[in-house]
Ligand binder design. Structure first.
Ligand SMILES: Cc1cc2nc3c(=O)[nH]c(=O)nc-3n(C[C@H](O)[C@H](O)[C@H](O)COP(=O)(O)O)c2cc1C
Length: 211
């Protein structure tokens, strides 16, 4: 009888986990007009770290993710960043106080991966647990062909550079602050996101409001 109850409990937990894992949140349509003129945004781009605890709106999250790695040519399924041989290996995860989510560019949606606040696991600097958003840039090496891991890492790091600059420019345009980051524990971040072996965390980037 005891074993039977335990079995039911385990099935219940599994079902709850599955429904959390499948929760998909549609984002508002990204706002592709307006913002600061490009030259002004370039002039304002900088790294800042004096974050305050203030959430981004759903519209800002949608615009931020679209700038980072959205689809800008629907028919061709191509992104706001270039990728080597169009391998499209990148995944962008977003962590907020509400959990961790995978960005789904085709759907302009986010999928809940973790339902607890894991912001502090995304870096070794104090501001990561205060800022509204930490983005985690992951490369799926299984999409990157037959090269060595060294070549795949170099290619993925280049892709991250494009994403990071798009995010910096969006933040400069929107009056948000940001910092691109290498100072994190790779194993801890991979574990927190339950990443499989083929998916590699390359860089992170923090985004939010300034003091
Ligand atoms: C590859 C890379 C890794 C970085 N890692 C960190 C980091 O872990 N923590 C941090 O506070 N800043 C980090 N930065 C931000 C740099 O410190 C910053 O870009 C530099 O000081 C120049 O300042 P600016 O971005 O305002 O021009 C990183 C930047 C790059 C390009």
């Amino acid at each position: 009888m005891k074993t039977c109850k335990l079995g039911l409990l385990l099935i219940g937990i599994l079902l709850i986990n599955q429904s959390i894992a499948q929760e998909i949140i549609k984002l508002p349509e990204p706002n592709k007009t307006g913002g600061k003129p490009l030259m002004q945004a370039l002039n304002d781009r900088q790294s800042s770290r004096d974050f305050i605890e203030k959430d981004l709106s759903p519209q800002q999250i949608s615009d931020l993710l679209w700038a980072a790695y959205g689809i800008n040519r629907t028919e061709a399924g191509k992104h706001t960043i270039p990728t080597s041989r169009n391998i499209q290996d990148m995944e962008v995860y977003i962590t907020t106080k509400d959990g961790a989510f995978l960005y789904l560019p085709k759907e302009q949606a986010i999928q809940k991966i973790v339902s607890s606040d894991i912001r502090e696991k995304t870096g070794k600097q104090d501001f990561v647990k205060v800022a509204a958003v930490n983005l985690i840039y992951v490369s799926d090496f299984s999409k990157a062909g037959n090269g060595t891991d060294e070549i795949k890492t170099m290619t993925a790091a280049t892709h991250c550079g494009f994403i990071g600059q798009n995010v910096y420019l969006y933040c400069a345009s929107e009056g948000l602050i940001s910092v691109f980051r290498a100072y994190f524990d790779n194993t801890e971040v991979s574990k927190a996101l339950n990443l499989p072996e083929n998916k590699h965390v390359i860089y992170c980037q923090t985004v939010g409001y300034s003091k």
